[in-house]
Design a protein around this ligand. Structure first.
Ligand SMILES: NC(=O)c1ccc[n+]([C@@H]2O[C@H](COP(=O)([O-])OP(=O)(O)OC[C@H]3O[C@@H](n4cnc5c(N)ncnc54)[C@H](OP(=O)(O)O)[C@@H]3O)[C@@H](O)[C@H]2O)c1
Length: 321
């Protein structure tokens, strides 16, 4: 077998199920690109896969984003070349925690001409792309609008505050779950950062990826014609019902966003948002605090994310290219 090293999920469960395995090296199909992976981002999404949120065939290689170099082009791919440094979303078919990952060419962003560390480049595809899409495409942010972002010191939260600023927001406020994270969140450019239960006022846009009580209070914090975007449930709380009559009576809107489903349905648009995120990071407009662990420590990365105590972004070093 033409094999490679990969982290696999042989059975659903806690972080202890993750295994470093030898698996078959994937080949690119029509419209796809194979990437020699340098770094793979570590995300909440991969924890959900590991826990069995989706009925995926096992063993399963997790990993929704990578950086690296183009290894091979599938039939019909133009505009990319073998050896080219890239960042990519592997979110539709997964497989990023591996020496070689395959994804649609539309979901690949060239890094030529940019002075971007590969570790940083692997931290952008999911969270930074999501931040732009949530605010621009879903919430349709207008210049001067106020924005509230929960879990503001986290991977995606740290990107949402900065993306809001780049998109012309007015006041941008973050919430965090503990006082220890206030300074970390402030460093990402929020006008103000408060403990989640102390959030007050009215906002044009509220982004909730925490769920539970935060979801209910997010609705209360919306201004008339305000938009709330539901994009995660990091707290693991029971789903919170959205009272439709309240939306009707108070002119509020609730939308959902999921990058995997969006990238499958609109790959060109997801790719454009990814390239925007890459350009933002390369120019210094978008800052990401990245910490790297070796691929072998994927389980440790998962445990740290699940603890809820991390700030910024964890990436897994797969190989040096
Ligand atoms: N829809 C999409 O396309 C999309 C894309 C990217 C991320 N997401 C979602 O966004 C959320 C954050 O992802 P991330 O990668 O930014 O992860 P992260 O950096 O680990 O952020 C998660 C944060 O959620 C908060 N949290 C509250 N209760 C928690 C609990 N019981 N366990 C763990 N964390 C808890 C914590 O912040 P505090 O301490 O401030 O409470 C934690 O730092 C996840 O739910 C993820 O699925 C969705």
């Amino acid at each position: 077998m033409d094999g490679m090293r990969a982290i696999t999920i042989p059975e659903f469960g806690d972080a202890g199920v993750l295994r470093l395995d030898e698996v078959k090296t994937p080949e690119p199909g029509p419209g796809q690109v194979a990437i020699d992976v340098a770094y793979a981002g570590a995300n909440f999404a991969e924890i959900l896969y590991r826990q069995g949120i989706a009925d995926v065939p096992l063993p399963f290689v997790p990993g929704i984003e990578v950086s690296g170099r183009v290894r091979a082009l599938g039939p019909g791919v133009e505009g990319l070349r073998v050896g080219q440094p890239v960042a990519a979303l592997t979110i539709v078919d997964s497989g990023g925690y591996a020496e070689v990952a395959v994804t649609a060419a539309d979901l690949v962003a060239p890094l030529d001409g940019y002075d971007l560390e590969p570790g940083l480049a692997a931290a952008l595809p999911s969270n930074s792309t999501t931040a732009f899409l949530v605010l621009d495409r879903v919430a349709r942010i207008e210049p001067g609008e106020s924005v509230l972002v929960h879990a503001a010191a986290g991977g995606v939260g740290s990107q949402l505050g900065q993306a809001a600023r780049l998109l012309g927001a007015g006041r941008v406020v973050g919430t965090v779950g503990s006082a220890a994270k206030i300074e970390a969140a402030r460093a990402f450019g929020y006008d103000d950062v408060v403990l989640r239960e102390e959030a007050s006022g009215r906002f044009d846009i509220v982004v909730d990826m925490v769920g539970g009580p935060a979801r209910r209070s997010s609705l209360d914090l919306l201004a008339p014609m305000g938009r709330m975007v539901v994009m995660g449930n990091a707290s693991g709380a029971e789903d919170v019902g959205i009272p439709a009559n309240e939306l009707w009576l108070s002119n509020k809107t609730v939308s959902g966003f999921n990058l995997a489903a969006f990238s499958a349905a609109f790959p060109e648009e997801a790719g454009r948002a990814l390239r925007r995120a890459v350009a933002g990071a390369a120019s210094g407009d978008l800052r990401v605090r990245v910490e790297s662990l070796p691929l072998e420590q994927a389980a440790q990365a998962h445990r740290r994310i699940e603890s809820g105590r991390t700030t910024g972004k964890l990436v897994l070093e797969v190989a040096r290219h």
